[in-house]
Every structure is written in structure tokens, then in C-alpha cells.
Write a protein that binds this ligand. Structure first.
Ligand code: SAH
Ligand code: SF4
Length: 461
């Protein structure tokens, strides 16, 4: 039964044949995968880069490349506008290089409204490739080269898993590992279930093998990814069991995961975090709102009280655990009282940091039909108040860290300021420090010298 959720070996073999045929003619040309949005898109882009590399392309970061794949995000309207803006600019680039192929991939490619818009107004885009069919990239390029024309197909997301795709990882030390794809939750504001298809889990042995290989290759920071990791169910294993199995592998790595949905976050999972030192002491647990009425209309299927009980349980079991969250401000008809409930919850939980968003209407979702009398100015004001509250909590709770030593992984160079290196603590906080670039790629002990809402500053201890 379960294998039906997978793309067959025969289909993958066909993609490899297409890749060979593209390679025979186009090896040595350049390709750019430009990524927007979440870690899931980053992970998909690494696979698309793998396929492009196998087709003989030289990977670049340049819109003048011979192949440009835009891996887009559809979660908020603003993200879409940015992508359309950038695609718009490419009309000129394509005039200079008429053989160039432009492919719009990612979440936007799964939207009917986007398909229509691209058909009518963005005629220089050659193909759309949604998140459930990006494994067909070799076939898509071959058809574009051999048949000409455009490839914009309607239809439902494919909802199968393609294993064994080639990969070019962005960093040797940090890796994203998708453990599942799609989403079945249909939160009323969210477009993800429509564009990423039904939820499906990879088999645990495939995930464990990937994590083992990463750990053996010296990867130090491994993040397990899914829209709702807590509803993972591959080969009869729960997420807590999968996480425990990965955390028991050999190697000097920290295991992160996101995203947990509060309705499915089990006490068993919290116990696994508590008893496995390789799992980060941090839970990203998006609450979205502190008002039960708004949560009900969001179709989140938990109450603020249930959420708090999870936080309390985790704090009791995992000393020092930190929490982060996503919050949407200005969901349709959010009252001042609903908003105050969100502030109360933020005061009660004391997050380490928050990702805050102003509600964005996504066509085709149930919330898009809900009346929304609250003005944009009011939403912006609430957004400001929430962020000011969180900033003060972040600074208060981080202040006692000054003077403490901690283990961090130095990830890379910073683009700004005199603290030239960036690092991450085991619980996922960003750190800036000064030091030799030779330290990049290793674990080091540092002493915290200052804190901000954005990061910790530190010096080597
Ligand atoms: N699957 C994850 C996150 C998905 S999208 C989860 O359920 O937590 C990441 C975040 O974007 C969401 O948590 C939500 O806070 C925000 N988001 C999603 N749709 C949105 C919309 N229409 N308007 C504003 N923010 C939105
Ligand atoms: Fe969107 Fe909700 Fe699914 Fe997250 S759980 S992807 S917010 S529908």
C-alpha cells in the first residue's frame, strides 16, 4: 500500500535518461536556482541543483544564466509580488539571451491564479513546475529544448515522494532533511495544503540513512523538516520514534526539527527531547493567536489553554528549553480583545523570539471569504505593539546570558559589522563573534559579551 505514495524507479530512470540527453547538448552552460520562502523550499532547491549539476550545468547565482529556476513562495501576497517583480525584470535578460529558459517552480507554480497570470502576462516564462513535480526537471528542460513552446499544465498536485534525487548541499556543516511533504491541516488562512498537496511521509529507513550519511560526512547541524512533523507516520513510526532513532546515531551533530503543530505535539515527543542530548533544547511551536475564538476560525484545533499546558510540560521536563513561535496579526475580524489575548499569551510563554506576520488574504482559502472590518492601519498598530512586547521579553530574558560560556557551531562569515563570524548555539540562537575564518565548520566554546533581539555577541573562551 505504502509504496504507492512513491514515484516509481521506472519514472526516475526516465528522468535520468532525459538528463543525459540534455547533458549531451547543454553541458557547460550555466544555471541558477533562486530560492524564496521557507526551509522546505531550500531543501527542494538543493535537489534541483543536484539535477542541474548532473545535466552538466555550471551552478551560478546570476540572472543571466542559461537556465533560471525560481523556487517561489506563496504563503503571503507580498512574497508573490516580489517574485513577479523579479520575473518581470527578466524580460530584458531573456532578450539578450533568447535561448535562456525560465522556469517558475515552488508553491506559486501550484496556484491556478498564478498559472493564468503567467499564461497571459509573463510570456517569457517557459515552464511551471510545482513542488510535487520538481523531480521532473530533466524531462521539462528536454521538452523545452526539443519541442519548443511552453509547459503550463493544470491539475492537482501529484502527492507522491521521489527518493534518491541527486543533491548539491549549500553547506557541508548544515543540512535540511525533509521527512514528509504536504499538509492535511487546512488552517483557514493558509495556501500550503492547496499547493503542496496531501501529507505523505518518507520511510524511516530512508530518513535515518540520510541522517547517518550526513553525520558521517561531518555535518554538524541537521534539521528534520515537515509542515507538521508531529503527524509524521512513515512505516508505522511516529515522529518521536523517528527523532529518537536519528538522535541515537553516532556523530557530533545537533538535531533540529520544524514545524510542530500544537494539536499534534505529543508528550512523548517532549520526553524524547528531554532524554536525547543531541536534540536541540528549542521547540518552534507556532501558536498563531492567543484567542480561542480566532483559533477556532483559523481551524487550528487547539485552545490557548492546551497550548500553555504543552509549554508547561516541556519546561518541567526539559530545563532551559526555549520556545519560538509564529503569530498572525489581523486575522479577519480580530477584535482588540482577541489581540489582547495574544499579548497575554506572549507574556505568559515568554518566547525567545517570534516570527510575526500581518494576515495576508490568499484566494481559494476559507478565510478569504470571511468579513474583515479591521483597518490595515489598526493591524499595523497591533503588529507594532506585539513586536515591542516581544523585543522587551527577548532582551530581559537574554540579559542574564552575558558572561556565560556556551558551545556554538561557527557557520560562516558575517556580511556586516566588525564581528566577522556567525555561529549558532545548540538551542538555535544566532551568535556573532570575531575570529579567524579557519574556525568555520567547528564547535567552539564562547563567552557571551552582549545580547540583542537579533543575536548574541560573544568572544572565544
Ligand atoms: N506549517 C507551518 C508553517 C507554514 S507557513 C505551521 O503550521 O506552523 C509559516 C507561517 O506563515 C505560519 O505559521 C503562519 O504564521 C504564516 N502564514 C501562513 N499563511 C499566512 C497568511 N495567509 N497570512 C499571514 N501569515 C501566514
Ligand atoms: Fe498551513 Fe496550517 Fe498546514 Fe501549517 S499546518 S502548512 S499553517 S495549513
Amino acid at each position: 500500500m505504502e509504496r504507492r505514495a512513491f514515484v516509481s524507479e521506472k519514472e526516475l530512470e526516465y528522468q535520468r535518461e532525459c538528463a543525459e540527453r540534455v547533458r549531451a547538448v547543454h553541458a557547460g552552460e550555466t544555471a541558477w536556482v533562486d530560492t524564496y520562502g521557507c526551509q522546505q523550499n531550500e531543501a527542494d532547491s538543493e535537489r534541483m541543483r543536484g539535477m542541474l549539476r548532473d545535466m552538466g550545468y555550471i551552478l551560478v547565482s546570476d540572472e543571466h544564466a542559461d537556465v533560471v529556476v525560481i523556487n517561489s513562495c506563496a504563503v503571503r501576497e507580498h512574497a508573490e509580488q516580489r517574485v513577479f517583480g523579479n520575473i518581470g525584470h527578466m524580460t530584458h535578460t531573456k532578450k539578450e539571451n533568447p535561448n535562456m529558459k525560465i522556469i517558475l517552480a515552488g508553491c506559486m507554480a501550484g496556484e491556478e491564479t498564478v498559472r493564468e497570470k503567467v499564461r497571459r502576462s509573463y510570456r517569457h516564462v517557459d515552464a511551471l513546475l510545482d513542488t510535487t513535480s520538481f523531480w521532473r526537471l530533466p524531462e521539462t528542460l528536454l521538452r523545452l529544448y526539443e519541442d519548443g513552446g511552453r509547459i503550463i499544465e493544470d491539475g492537482e498536485p501529484d502527492s507522491r515522494i521521489a527518493e534518491e534525487l541527486p543533491v548539491v548541499r549549500t553547506s557541508p556543516y548544515k543540512a535540511h532533511v525533509s521527512i514528509m511533504y504536504g499538509c492535511n491541516n487546512f488552517c483557514s488562512y493558509c495556501i500550503v495544503p492547496y499547493v503542496r498537496g496531501r501529507e505523505r511521509s518518507r520511510l524511516p529507513e530512508d530518513v535515518i540513512r540520510e541522517v547517518r550519511e550526513l553525520a558521517e560526512s561531518g555535518c554538524h547541524d541537521i534539521m528534520l523538516l515537515g509542515q507538521n512533523v508531529n503527524s509524521y507516520s512513515g512505516g508505522g513510526k511516529s515522529f518521536a520514534e523517528l527523532l529518537a532513532a536519528c538522535a541515537e546515531l553516532e556523530g557530533d551533530f545537533v538535531l533540529r526539527f520544524m514545524t510542530s503543530h500544537p494539536k499534534d505535539c505529543s508528550r512523548e515527543l517532549i520526553d524524547v527531547i528531554a532524554s536525547h542530548p543531541k536534540v536541540e533544547r528549542h521547540i518552534h511551536l507556532p501558536v498563531q493567536s492567543g484567542s480561542d475564538e480566532i483559533l477556532r476560525r483559523m481551524n487550528r484545533r487547539y485552545t490557548a489553554e492546551h497550548y500553555i499546558s504543552l509549554i508547561d510540560y516541556a519546561r518541567e521536563k526539559i530545563p532551559g528549553v526555549i520556545f519560538t513561535s509564529d503569530i498572525i496579526i489581523g486575522f479577519p475580524d480580530e477584535s482588540e480583545e482577541d489581540f489582547e489575548r495574544t499579548l497575554d499569551l506572549v507574556r505568559r510563554v515568554r518566547y525567545d523570539s517570534l516570527f510575526t506576520f500581518i494576515y495576508s488574504k490568499r484566494s481559494g482559502t476559507p478565510a478569504a471569504e470571511m468579513p474583515d472590518p479591521v483597518t490595515h492601519a489598526e493591524k499595523v498598530e497591533r503588529f507594532r505593539r506585539l513586536n515591542a512586547l516581544q523585543d522587551s521579553i527577548t532582551l530581559e530574558d537574554r540579559a542574564p546570558l552575558v558572561g556565560r560560556t556556551m558551545r556554538v557551531h561557527i557557520d560562516g562569515e558575517s556580511r556586516t559589522g566588525e564581528l566577522n563570524l556567525t555561529a549558532r548555539t545548540q538551542d538555535g540562537r544566532l551568535v556573532s563573534l570575531k575570529g579567524s575564518t579557519e574556525l568555520i565548520g567547528g564547535w567552539h566554546t564562547v563567552k557571551v559579551t552582549g545580547v540583542s533581539t537579533f543575536s548574541l555577541s560573544a568572544e572565544l573562551a
